[in-house]
Write a protein that binds this ligand. Structure first.
Ligand code: TYM
Length: 327
């Protein structure tokens, strides 16, 4: 069975973009692959966050993974910080990464271009830690949204560099990007990614938003004045984003939705998409509440950490030998 690995960082509440671009894919693949899904909590420290908030986000994220349908019997679900080999290999990957190479990462460049204050060194080196997260487990595939593909490319380069310098050690993984919804856009500014940290409250749908409130956000989404429902991300980004969301949540192909909307306007498309979001969130949140109340989270994480550590510890020992850290 081929192996797959991915993670999400618990920096804030999760968005519909995280669900469509990532979590939904994990759930789809869990029967087909040996899956490792983790919570990248060390990555959450790259921007200042209160301990209580990080704890809450972490619990919420694991409950959402489970509510969305990840089955802990099939998938190894774990916390990054429970497996110290991530930080250990992270340092080695940082030392293998070029200074200029990390400067070219577009996510980092975008942050720098905004001249935000408080940019940490961790934000700069986090792609190297992400490479370690991946390479410890030799996955064949890494499912991610579009914004993370560059980091998976860097991971491939680092794996090849290490293998060349120290002999064959890591599998070179491939990114897998969903066909529908690799990038969900801000509802108010549909040329920008829907993001937990950067979207305006009306532009982002939070997975824990009140479902009726979320439906209203869809109703007030920015569209255009062309008046024809068509999938044309360049000229009609708002409408195309709604079509993508509707298609992802209902599994109806975009073409088929567009065909149904011949001669029908945006108000109807917004109403139908709003309803799909409302139903999806209502169902997800009911399961999320059940899971938190049941107290299964701790047990899932404990089992997950054991499974993950078994693989990661073997790999880090091998790496320590190869680079000369262990005598
Ligand atoms: P993060 O936490 O920013 O995002 C988690 C996943 O959600 C996807 N995503 C989106 N997909 C579609 N539309 C959007 N608007 C949208 N916003 C986010 C992301 O592409 C990602 O797949 N560095 C990573 C976490 C990480 C990781 C890893 C991932 C750490 N180590 C190892 C894979 C493998 C991150 O910050 O993702």
């Amino acid at each position: 069975m081929k192996r797959m690995l991915s993670g999400i960082k618990p920096t804030g509440r999760l968005t519909l973009g995280n669900y469509i671009g990532a979590i939904r894919e994990f759930v789809k693949y869990q029967d087909e692959y040996e899956m490792y899904i983790f919570i990248a909590n060390q990555h959450a420290l790259t921007i200042p966050i209160k301990a209580s908030e990080l704890r809450k986000n972490t619990k919420d994220l694991i409950a959402i993974y489970l509510a969305a349908g990840l089955d802990p019997e099939k998938v190894t679900l774990f916390l990054q910080s429970d497996v110290p080999a991530h930080a250990q290999l992270g340092w080695i990957m940082t030392c293998l990464s070029g200074y200029g190479e990390l400067q070219r990462m577009t996510q980092f460049k975008d942050k720098m271009a905004k001249q935000e204050s408080g940019i940490t060194a961790g934000l700069y080196t986090y792609p190297s830690l992400m490479a370690a997260d991946i390479l410890l487990y030799d996955p064949d595939y890494v499912p991610v949204g579009q914004d993370q593909t560059q980091h998976v490319e860097l991971t491939r380069d680092l794996a090849e560099r290490f293998n060349k310098r120290y002999s064959d050690t890591f599998k070179v993984p491939e990114p897998v990007v969903t066909k529908v919804g690799a990038k969900i856009y801000d509802l108010q500014n549909p040329v920008k990614k829907m993001s937990k940290s950067e979207s305006s409250p009306k532009g982002v749908i939070d997975l824990l938003d009140d479902p009726a409130f979320a439906r209203n956000k869809i109703k007030s989404a920015v569209t255009d004045s062309l008046g024809k429902v068509a999938f044309d991300p360049e000229n009609q980004p708002g409408v195309s984003n709604l079509l993508t969301i509707l298609s992802a949540l209902t599994e109806e192909p975009i073409d088929s939705i567009v065909a149904r909307y011949e001669g029908i306007g945006y108000a109807e498309l917004k109403a139908e998409t709003g309803e799909a979001v409302f139903n999806f969130l209502t169902d997800l949140q009911a399961k999320y509440k059940e899971i938190l109340a049941s107290g299964v989270v701790d047990q899932v994480l404990e089992n997950g950490a054991k499974n993950a550590a078994r693989i990661a510890n073997k790999k880090i020992s091998k790496v320590y030998r190869k680079v000369g850290l262990s005598l």
